[in-house]
Design a protein around this ligand. Structure first.
Ligand code: SAJ
Length: 476
């Protein structure tokens, strides 16, 4: 424990001025909640005055929210703290030197999904800006999801180099991973437990002081910085693993001619003290920004921090990476079901109607959507594809895409209809009416999200295939 740092913090007293770097889905709600803490005098939101996102500065300072979508409570909270002069957005990073604590809420996307090496450029720039204006006794916290080891190694090096100060001696350094979700940003920050990890106990204690006041139902869970990084990446890795377990069992059930959902009900019935199976749901694939990346953050961290000491079954790949491969296989399986339904080896010239582009039901979020994977697989085989998704307004991934606004337009003349997202628009499709819209005698439907009733479609003359429905997949 560093006496020098404890003394510097005692001299500063309670945290009064806070900075949040990165006015995005993580930084904006965090800044507003900090600004609303009575004991906090001022919060600065730091945002680069860049062409793409510099507009946020003026918007936030007018008390307006630059985020898309509905975020309960956020608009009012922004107005409250701006009119109360407790929050100001700025691109002047020199204001950092006035602060007691500064948090970096800067995303670390994977530059190239293929090599899965995170792009730390923006985070590194942010750390350099903090280091340049860092003062003794300050607390620095990283909130983004990062590879285990980043706080205690990379961040520490940059901050010490830029400031000439020593982490753990002159300033406190910690990691407090966010658990926000679009649509409930404020609620998640206030109600989820918050893991807070310092590079040493003094840093952890100072970080707990910063986060405890913004939690309502959530509790602070103190730990080390690296443990917090592993917690965050692992909680998403394990969810991805649970989904892969459901996907693999669904593939088994299809092969054995069994209804996966009956088996799931059976497995789920095993309950009791300390007993859980937590069987999730199979589907057309796993998308989003979290589960598709965090496994690789965890793997990289393991190799960086413990690679030469790991004892693991020889020549076996990581279970977690295998889970990623199984989940990424599901769009391929959807293509196999498509060809099987059309009794063809090639989709050349086939008209395919995709229902659902977003990666998550009833949202417009299409980040890493499995629909894009399926689209390119089918396109590469020469299929003609139309896409329906009333939630997604544009498809930058596919610039020359023909947009169709109604299900009728999308399925007209289609040989096969593919359900890829369980949007509410697809949970009550009428078999006879939909078939009439296609104009085909025996169109095919491939249900990737278990949203339709097989018998209703089979009785109406559809060819049916569905994920996990081994009991129905060979009746047409
Ligand atoms: N999916 C399945 N089967 C399932 C659940 C999801 O195939 O049983 C698919 C979805 O279709 C989607 C993808 O997985 O394509 C991801 O879905 P998700 O529900 O995990 O949503 P995410 O990616 O937004 O995950 C977030 C994470 N939250 C944070 O990182 C703060 C994750 O930790 C949460 O567990 C998850 O939300 C949640 O539970 O809602």
């Amino acid at each position: 424990m560093s006496d020098k740092l404890s003394q510097l913090i005692r001299q500063r007293g309670a945290i009064r001025k806070v900075g949040i770097i990165g006015m995005g889905y993580v930084g904006i709600p965090a800044a507003m909640l900090q600004a609303d803490v009575p004991s906090i005098e001022k919060v600065y939101g730091f945002q680069r005055a860049s062409v793409n996102s510099g507009y946020k500065i003026a918007m936030l300072n007018r008390g307006e929210c630059p985020l898309r979508g509905i975020e309960p409570g956020l608009d009012d909270l922004i107005k409250k703290v701006v009119t109360g002069n407790k929050f100001e957005c700025t691109s002047d990073y020199s204001r950092i030197s006035e602060l007691d604590a500064v948090c970096l809420a800067i995303q670390t996307p994977f530059a190239n999904p293929k090599d899965l090496i995170p792009d730390l450029g923006a985070l590194t720039d942010g750390l350099r800006n903090v280091g340049k204006y860092l003062k003794p006794g300050m607390l620095v916290v990283l909130e983004s999801t990062i590879t285990p080891g980043t706080t205690a190694v990379l961040a520490r090096e940059i901050l010490e180099k830029e400031s000439g100060l020593i982490a753990g001696e002159d300033f406190a350094l910690a990691h407090a991973p966010e658990r926000v979700m679009v649509g409930r940003l404020l609620q998640n920050i206030q109600e989820h437990d918050r893991c807070v990890g310092g590079i040493d106990d003094v840093s952890t204690a100072r970080a707990v002081e910063l986060y405890a006041p913004i939690l309502t139902r959530g509790d602070v869970i103190p730990m080390s910085a690296t443990e917090a990084e592993i917690t965050k990446t692992c909680e998403n890795t394990l969810r991805d693993l649970q989904i892969a377990a459901a996907n693999q069992l669904a593939l088994y059930c299809e092969a054995m001619g069994i209804n996966f959902y009956n088996v799931r009900t059976g497995v789920d019935s095993l309950k009791g003290e300390g007993i859980t199976r937590a069987m999730l749901w199979p589907g057309a694939g796993v998308g989003g920004h979290c589960l598709t990346k965090d496994t690789y953050h965890l793997e990289r961290g393991m190799h960086m921090l413990g690679g030469d000491r790991l004892d693991y079954p020889e020549n076996e790949e990581s279970l977690y990476v295998l889970a990623r491969h199984i989940n990424d296989f599901m769009p391929h399986h959807m293509l196999t079901l498509t060809k099987d339904a059309l009794h063809t080896g090639s989709l050349k010239g086939k008209k395919i109607a995709l229902l659902g582009w977003a990666f998550m039901a009833n949202t417009n979020d299409a980040r890493n959507t499995p629909s894009e994977a399926y689209y390119h697989l089918a396109k590469d085989e020469g299929a003609e594809i139309r896409i329906h998704d009333v939630w997604v307004k544009s498809f930058p991934e596919i610039p020359d895409l023909e947009l169709t606004r109604t299900i009728g337009e999308t399925v007209k003349g289609s040989d096969v209809v593919i359900v890829l997202t369980n949007h509410r628009e697809y949970t009550s499709l009428d078999a006879a009416a939909l078939k009439a819209m296609t104009g085909k005698e025996h169109p095919a439907i491939i249900d990737g999200r278990n949203v339709i009733t097989p018998d209703a479609f089979l009785d109406a003359g559809w060819i049916y295939r569905g994920i996990g429905r081994g009991d129905k997949n060979n009746l047409s």
